[in-house]
Design a binder for this molecule. Sequence first.
Ligand SMILES: NC(=O)N[C@@H](CC(=O)O)C(=O)O
Ligand SMILES: [Zn+2]
Ligand SMILES: [Zn+2]
Length: 437
Amino acid sequence: MDNKKTGFHISSGRLIDPLSCRDEIGDLYVAGGKIVDPTDFPADFQWLRIDAQGLIIAPGLIDMHVHLREPGETRKETIRTGTLAAAAGGITTVVAMPNTIPPTDNPDTITWIRKKAEKEAVVKVYPTGCITEGRRGEKLSPFQSLVQAGAIALSDDGNCVQNSRMMYLAMEFASILNVPILDHCEDTALSNGGVMNEGYWSTLLGLPGWPSVAEEIMVSRDILLCEKTQARIHLQHLTTEGSVRLLREAKKRGIPISAEVCPHHIALTESALRDYDTRFKMNPPLRGQKDREALIEAIVDGTIEVIASDHAPHTVFEKEVEFEKAPFGVVGLETLLAVCLKELYFSKKMSLLDLFSRLTLGPSRVLGLPQPSLDYGSSADLILLDLGAEWTVEASQFLSKGRNTPFEGLSLKGKVVLTMVEGQIVWKMEGKDLVVK
Ligand SMILES: NC(=O)N[C@@H](CC(=O)O)C(=O)O
Ligand SMILES: [Zn+2]
Ligand SMILES: [Zn+2]
């Protein structure tokens, strides 16, 4: 479509815009990749109408925790398949994690990912650079070169920097460069090869436990280091009541820290592991009911400002092994929004505006990206959502190469029918012809 001569007129949708707190029926006009005021355009400008009656129009989601697996593990996912899955899930921006092969501890790999994404991605892709070389926790990566090459943040995700001095130095340098650190919190001496939450269920199942305190000890260390360095620290995939308490206290004291939770940690608990099903194995592991409730409470009251998928695809053959030997990780791009709707909106815990805030504004603020909005001049990264559409999770239907979902067979409500990135339709539901001739 020639953006200069035609645009879209999206009519009669329910506009949900967390930045302006707008929740009302209205029309939206898109031209030149942006949301525009139609009165600025000549009378003969051609608008293609999209009928959004009965649908929600909202900014596209920003998923700041995604493993795209490229370079190096294209059997699990590629930039192409991962971003197609994102688009189908209503996600218009993803932040790619650094544990690729090779890892993103050098500017060439960052540049390679950006070039590849320019050609093959259907949504916006921002790479992260490693905190340490090879994510081994021994020597810092060249932060400045990584940032110049386009790293939006630094992370050793998959690993946690064990050495406190190394993390201290990382924070000092990151604060000079003003880039956020995305922090996987795990004291590996304490998690000690554990594969599930340590407690009643791990004892019953005879599996090695990964105790809550292994996360909490790193959360508290990094709160202290954050206070000292004033770096921008973002705690990834938090799972425990204790972590929430520490975070709440730190925020009260004005420490510049933020955090995310994943849908699986608010929807499921460790009892899901009773059949040793490796689709429920991820890092950090599913916890108990009290943890789950504390995470939900923190999302609701804004202590945790981000929900992210931690989309971690693996092949079927890699997951089809004994529980202890299976890799950690679950896919999440295509279920992120509907699982959040189920657990947080349909359960009447949050308004749509607040939920979309955690999925759009929250991550944009942590990352320092332009704030998503439906106002004039904003990038036309948006979704049309059918809130009433019921569907059942079937991994075989995913656009992701990953089939390792913990939500197989789950009935959900809310389906994205169209996704737009910079004014281009990058995904639409099969059989739905929304453009009115
Ligand atoms: N979350 C996971 O269980 N796995 C992630 C690593 C990570 O996010 O720590 C992966 O890369 O597979
Ligand atoms: Zn992690
Ligand atoms: Zn991860």
